[in-house]
Design a protein around this ligand. Structure first.
Ligand code: ATP
Length: 246
């Protein structure tokens, strides 16, 4: 079995705060993997370690066959990361934003155009909208471009930190559909963090529940619901956190 990502007993402190107390994760190649947990549980820290942006203090981290932190430059070329606070260049149009990011990844102008066109297809915004400055976009439109620019690069691993946070229900559904369609057609491994259990249930093959810097369960959403004897992932999570705290 090949793992796209493997973490063993990973610990991380920020001053006096221990963000991760021993995280263990195995993400399979090609799966959509969800990391769910409450505020401050350690989701972003875990994703930033995998994305090579934060160094862990202790433990083992392997991404796409390369151990971190020593192979971070190699890993950076293979992954694509969307931070929760990702924004667009407001003075550029939606299309120019896609093209700008495409140029970072592409080897030629032609290739950049091809990638940006793929981004425009993934975002499924009209050419009229793509021609407007990003500063005029609604939050939902801007997020569609941000998610599309992360997916269009054809990276081996895509990491999306809370891709629908702060969006209204229609915009959130649109983003979920974009991710789901992409995952269905590509063989990319995708890791998504979320507070939203419905979203995770809809999108993910497997999920890990993170609580106070530790993973307390990993399985498919349906198995987690089954073995906690609950009716949905939200109830399963509450039950598992309760069991864990007792
Ligand atoms: P949220 O859902 O609110 O985004 P999270 O699960 O992503 O939360 P993290 O952002 O990983 O959680 O934070 C885990 C803990 O580490 C929190 O207590 C947070 O305050 C702390 N922390 C994270 N980054 C830093 C930092 N750069 N400096 C100090 N403390 C930090």
């Amino acid at each position: 079995m090949r793992y796209a990502v493997e973490l063993r007993d990973v610990k991380k402190r920020f001053g006096k705060v221990t963000a991760l107390k021993g995280v263990a994760l195995k993400v399979l190649e090609g799966e959509v993997f969800g990391l769910i947990g409450p505020n401050g549980a350690g989701k972003t820290t875990t994703l930033r370690i995998i994305a090579t942006l934060v160094r862990h203090d202790e433990g083992y981290v392997n991404v796409l066959g390369y151990e971190l932190p020593k192979n971070r430059k190699k890993v950076r070329k293979l992954i694509s990361y969307l931070p929760e606070e990702a924004s667009l260049y407001h003075r550029l149009t939606g299309w120019e934003n896609l093209l700008y990011f495409a140029m970072v990844y592409a080897g030629s102008k032609q290739e950049a155009h091809r990638l940006a066109e793929e981004g425009a297809r993934i975002a499924s915004l009209s050419s009229d909208v793509l021609g407007r400055r990003a500063g005029e976009y609604s939050k939902g439109m801007a997020r569609r471009i941000a998610v599309a620019r992360t997916l269009m690069t054809r990276s081996k691993l895509v990491i999306l930190d809370e891709p629908t946070s702060g969006l209204d229900v229609f915009s959130a559904v649109h983003i979920r559909e974009m991710i789901r369609d992409f995952a269905k057609n590509m063989k990319t491994t995708i890791i998504i963090s979320s507070h939203n259990m419905l979203e995770v249930q809809y999108l993910c093959d497997r999920v890990a529940l993170i609580h106070e810097g530790r993973i307390i369960a990993t399985d498919s959403p349906s198995n987690l619901v089954k073995y906690t004897n609950t009716t949905n992932l939200e109830e399963a999570f509450i039950k598992l956190v309760g069991d864990y705290s007792e």
